[in-house]
Design a protein around this ligand. Sequence first.
Ligand code: GLU
Length: 281
Amino acid sequence: MMKIKSVKWVSLLLVAALFVIAGCGNNNTGNAGGGNTAGESTDSAAVAKIKERGKLLVGVKYDTRLFGLKDPASGNVEGFDIDISKAIAKHILGDENAIELKEVTSKTRIPMLNNGEIDMVVATMTITEERKKEVDFSDVYFQAGQSLLVKKGSPITGLESVTKDTKILGSKGATSIKNIKEKVPGITVLEFDNYQDAFAALKAGQGDALTTDDAILYGMASQDEGYEVVGEPFTDEPYGIAIQKGNTDVVQAVNDTLTELKANGEYDAIYTKWIGKAPAK
Ligand code: GLU
């Protein structure tokens, strides 16, 4: 009797031990995949997926001088947003070139992020309450404000000279469209797929003014001296890096990168390189 009893106990202990080992096994896989750097959250395994892939997929603009512009001759994409993206790749993967840039527009960036084509959007994107329902955002990494670009000599000198009969041009999916409609009720806005098309339309005389963030408009004005930015910025456009909802470890890695860049002076250097002056403190 005693013997049977002890065999039973041994079997029970064995089964229990197996459960413990199996449990540990699972945990180990989870943690190893997590590859957590100190301070990074373990809530999701999205950083682990990026590390496994070995490159960061970033959605950037290809038609926005100063932020993300593709040089058709070299094929290189350059700008403020690109330098920030490279710094994030360096932080996560230890190599700023472990990155693949994919073109987004104001209209395509949220769908491309949420269907998994890209890990993040670094593309002149304003943090808004409405967008926060669809994506998560990093801390603010650039402060812009909406303004107007006109042909030199235009009677439009700022928002105060815009009436509901002014023909405004903009880009689909941009906050600028909604903002101008709120500021000037009843106004007509011609919406284009991207900023290159909107600027071409302004030059072709299809509208009186192009509206978007001042920083983007200064980039356009620097391309063609026949055009100028007028008036004071009339909205606040704090840029954030958008990340799929729930990927808290990626948000943390991005915020850690921004903190690092600000602490070591690299943020100021990138800002000055593209904007031409140091950021306001
Ligand atoms: N920052 C504004 C936005 O997020 C305008 C620039 C853009 O269209 O990307 O909509």
